[in-house]
Design a binder for this molecule. Structure first.
Ligand SMILES: O=C1O[C@H](CS(=O)(=O)O)[C@@H](O)[C@H](O)[C@H]1O
Length: 292
């Protein structure tokens, strides 16, 4: 299939991430981790509101009662609808001078999950935590360098998770109580020019769409075999995350990064850091809301 990818927001973000569509508001939320800020982009008007954050913001979830749950470098907090911190509900499970939160999502039961990146990159020190609606916070997984690509399959049976620099996509079985079992490798991505799996989203048919960081493309992945079944080529090399949005959930929004790029690389890919949109022929699913 051929796709028309459009740069819809000339954000020039340092590190755009955490693409989330709000069904309730019909707007696209995203973060610039390093700004640090949460952003609200309204495709109907083109307005992008910026809510500055007090520390690096890796990811966030939309709260059922309005506002956000945000994973900042120093912990996990509830905020109001404009990103003002209300209260802390969790910690960064690792030394936050050496790690920050990265990708995250809300699961089908309304729990918020967020993973960390181990910045010294000397071992797989990244962790994945879950915050229940009650505020109870626990470490659920680890043994990754950069926690990424979190996703919960629409049938509720699997949690997908990637470790980007290690080029690996894992899946974990999810039991009836929402707890995860032993992980298995679903796919190890080839090293070379194709990129490595970053942020992701499931579509309504249960396929997993992942932004291929350093590969300039988004892949649609078969959830059982891990094979690529479709590909969208992008005008930037470092896409970071995808989210299905629009009234029919058939517009794929894509964030991207300029972090650590040389002047030559940015001259070759001047749209790096922008937000992109592309119409696709399968709908996503509404983003679950954090029930706390
Ligand atoms: O999600 C992220 O992934 C990238 C990829 S990698 O660690 O370089 O493989 C990372 O650069 C970025 O900082 C992070 O947010």
């Amino acid at each position: 299939m051929s796709y028309q990818v459009e740069s819809v927001l000339n954000a020039q973000a340092h590190l755009g991430e955490c693409a989330i569509w709000s069904e309730r508001e019909q707007v696209f939320y995203w973060v610039d981790i390093l700004a640090p800020a949460l952003n609200r982009f309204d495709p109907a008007t083109g307005e992008n509101r910026v809510y500055p954050m007090p520390a690096h913001i890796g990811c966030f979830g939309l709260r059922e009662n309005g506002g956000f749950i945000v994973a900042l470098r120093n912990g996990i907090f509830l905020t109001d609808a404009e990103g003002n911190i209300e209260k802390q509900v969790g910690d960064n499970p690792t030394d936050h001078s050496k790690s920050r939160f990265n990708d995250g999502h809300v699961d089908l039961s309304g729990n918020f999950w967020a993973g960390t990146i181990w910045e010294p990159r000397d071992h797989k020190g990244g962790k994945l935590v879950r915050v229940k609606p009650t505020g109870e916070c626990e470490v659920m997984a680890g043994d990754v360098l950069v926690s990424n690509g979190l996703g919960f399959s629409p049938d509720g049976k699997w949690m997908f998770h990637t470790d980007t620099p290690n080029h690996v996509l894992y899946r974990y079985p999810v039991d009836a109580d929402g707890n995860i079992g032993e992980r298995e490798v679903l796919r190890e991505f080839e090293r070379g020019t194709g990129g490595r799996p970053d942020g992701a989203a499931f579509d309504s048919e249960g396929y997993y769409w992942t932004a291929m960081f350093d590969g300039g493309r988004v892949l649609r992945i078969h959830p059982e075999t891990g094979e690529t079944v479709d590909e969208i080529k992008l005008p930037v090399r470092w896409p970071t995350m995808v989210a299905f949005g629009g009234p029919d959930l058939k517009t794929l929004y894509i964030t991207s990064s300029r972090e650590n790029r040389s002047a030559e690389e940015l001259a070759e890919y001047p749209l790096s850091g922008n937000v992109f949109a592309v119409r696709v022929n399968v709908a996503g699913r509404p983003e679950p809301l954090y029930r706390g």
